[in-house]
Write a protein that binds this ligand. Structure first.
Ligand code: ADP
Length: 591
């Protein structure tokens, strides 16, 4: 793919957050650059005065003045990078506090499709990897180049006053160094781009090998060695790509070093003649030689390193721009707006296929759901039940047909209202490592938590005895992520997820197989409890296990993305169709 011409995109820089620190660092860099030029005169003045004193065996009071000037420049040179380092630290902390939350907010606002797409995930993974450090690296590189520019201009001006063409020589050597640095920077960034999906994979494998949540499976299946091998292979592939870059980098560094040494030697040779003829004083010769070696050294290391950082920084800016341009779901961060009531939900000829796939997972699906009733969506795994829930809750909106809520197309509802209609417990609900109470609080950001209601629900789900044994009751930290945290069993986490869903004053409540780790009887029992507590709402229960379907007012049976049967339990059993066959197959689970 043809890549766009490289342009620095400083507009992406979050300078509003670190304006003061950046300005401080800029002043220090300019001061430090000017100081390095002043130092040439300070050193030369001091040496010449000292030599005259020794020559005449006469102490000259101006020696103190020259020495003070020299010490002043040395002090600025010493102090500036240290103060700058403190400012950088401060800037990074500010970015961590203000910029990272902005980025996380952006991630939360992304259209759902980007949460699933691998290229967007790679991009997000790249930009979220230490953005604070990256921004500061870029700024530091700009300042270092500015300082270098001031120093080069200063030293060249002094030299050009005596041997004009020596200054041209420095410039001549800068060009290949510059070209090599730009090329190196691009290769470096391309490498990190090429290896980013490998690193995402080996970080995941690292998680599988280390994490507590995979511990049981790791032990039982004994897959550690296999996963370890996969980890090593993935790492090896990334390592192979990185090695090539490192070889280039090493060659480039040696070449730059060689070029700079030649340049320095040539300049020194050109200064010998004017020094011998008395045009240049001994002091100036010594300080110029010192400055030239320092400068060429900085050019071989500093120039290439900083240009390399800038070129990579430029690519990072492009990534950042692409990240900020990822489409957002409108109003997704707004708090939910709860609706007072809804009467019915209608699916009319709904067809859907996942983006990037070529087959329909839902085909002409039509059904109606009424307030106050409960519905069971059943069917084997992969039949399309969860997709119905994803469409209904607005995760995907590019379906054909209509989804009407009280006669109004779902897509025309503002996101805040859409959110306010539903309360969902997903298959992969979150186990927040917060206290029980905090877990309940986040279910409804708009109202203060009713502790009375929370305790009542905990009682109904038989959680109270367990909570009372916690050291701090409802304020005990759950999960083993931090010291003092207590863990819940799989079933207890599921019950907590349901308590959360019930605390949210939504009119449509959905359970999408969150009970998978319970046995079928227990699952039915939990669904029964849930239904009892949701009499005034529209309830949708999803499962491939059918014991609970007896409780539903209406059962909708899915097969391959189509509705195969629909009706009450008795009617479907009498019909002796697909539902009957599936139910009979599972009957023994409930006896
Ligand atoms: P169920 O909930 O009945 O088990 P789903 O609605 O989850 O079924 O899945 C229906 C079909 O859609 C399956 O074939 C599944 O592989 C496919 N599918 C689910 N999610 C995605 C996705 N994000 N991208 C592509 N295909 C998907």
């Amino acid at each position: 793919m043809k890549r766009k011409k490289s342009v620095f995109i400083f507009s992406e820089m979050p300078s509003d957050i670190t304006r003061t620190e950046n300005a401080g660092m800029l002043i220090l860099a300019v001061l430090s650059g000017l100081c390095s030029v002043l130092q040439i005169y300070a050193v030369s003045g001091f040496i010449n005065t000292a030599l005259r004193s020794v020559h005449n065996s006469l102490f000259r009071p101006e020696l103190f003045l020259k020495l003070s000037l020299l010490l002043l420049t040395v002090a600025v040179d010493w102090l500036a990078p240290r103060v700058s380092a403190v400012l950088r630290q401060k800037a990074e902390l500010k970015l961590l506090r203000e910029y990272r939350p902005r980025m996380l907010e952006k991630c939360a606002a992304l259209k759902y499709i980007h949460v699933e797409r691998p290229d967007s995930q790679d991009l997000i993974h790249r930009v979220l990897k230490e953005p604070e450090r990256n921004w500061q690296d870029i700024w530091q590189a700009v300042l270092a180049l500015l300082k270098l520019l001031i120093s080069i201009t200063g030293v060249m001006s002094v030299i050009a006053g005596y041997v004009w063409w020596a200054a041209g020589l420095i410039l001549l050597f800068c060009i290949p160094l510059f070209v090599l640095s730009v090329k190196g920077g691009k290769i470096n960034f391309q490498t990190s781009r090429d290896t980013s999906h490998y690193s995402r994979k080996y970080w995941y494998l690292d998680h599988v090998l280390n994490s507590r949540e995979c511990l049981n499976e790791r032990k039982l299946f004994g897959y550690t060695e296999k996963v370890n091998r996969q980890y090593a292979d993935t790492y090896q592939e990334a390592f192979g790509i990185e090695t090539k870059t490192q070889v280039f980098w090493a060659v480039k560094t040696k070449l730059s070093g060689g070029l700079s040494a030649i340049a320095a030697l040539l300049i020194v040779i050109t200064l010998i003649q004017p020094t011998l003829s008395g045009k240049i004083s001994i002091g100036l010769f010594i300080s110029l030689v010192n400055a030239v070696f320092l400068l060429t050294n900085q050019m071989s290391w500093g120039l290439s390193r900083n240009i390399d950082t800038l070129v990579r920084g430029n690519e990072f800016c492009r990534d950042m721009r692409a990240f900020w341009e990822l489409p957002e779901e409108e109003g997704v961060l707004e708090p939910p707006q709860y609706v007072k009531n809804i009467e019915e939900i209608i699916f009319r000829n709904v067809c859907f296929q996942y983006p990037g796939t070529d087959h329909k997972v839902l085909e002409n699906v039509s059904f109606t759901m009424k307030m106050g009733k409960n519905y069971a969506l059943v069917g084997v795994n992969g039949a399309g039940k969860t997709t119905i829930i994803k469409l209904l809750t607005g995760l995907y909106s590019d379906y054909s047909g209509e989804i009407l809520i009280d006669g109004r197309e779902l897509r025309s509802y503002p996101s805040s209202e859409q959110k306010g209609i539903f309360s969902v417990v997903y298959q992969d609900f979150c186990r927040h490592a917060l206290t029980f109470k905090e877990n309940c609080e986040i279910s409804d950001p708009c109202h203060k938590l009713s502790e009375e209601k929370m305790v009542k629900l905990a009682e109904q789900f038989d959680l109270v005895r367990r909570i009372e044994r916690f050291p701090e009751g409802y304020d005990t930290l759950l999960g083993k992520t931090r010291e003092g945290g207590v863990d819940l069993s799989g079933g207890q986490w599921q019950k907590l997820a349901m308590v959360r869903a019930l605390l949210r004053p939504a009119k449509v409540r959905i359970l999408d197989e969150p009970t998978a780790s319970l046995d079928p009887k227990m699952e039915s029992e939990i669904y029964r409890l849930f239904q009892e507590m949701t009499k005034d709402t529209l309830t949708i229960l999803v499962s491939h296990r059918l014991g609970f379907a007896r409780l539903a007012d209406e059962i909708i049976v899915f097969e391959n993305g189509k509705i195969r049967e629909q009706g009450g339990f008795q009617r479907l059993m009498q019909k002796k169709g697909l539902f009957y066959a599936m139910y009979e197959e599972q009957r023994s689970w409930y006896q």
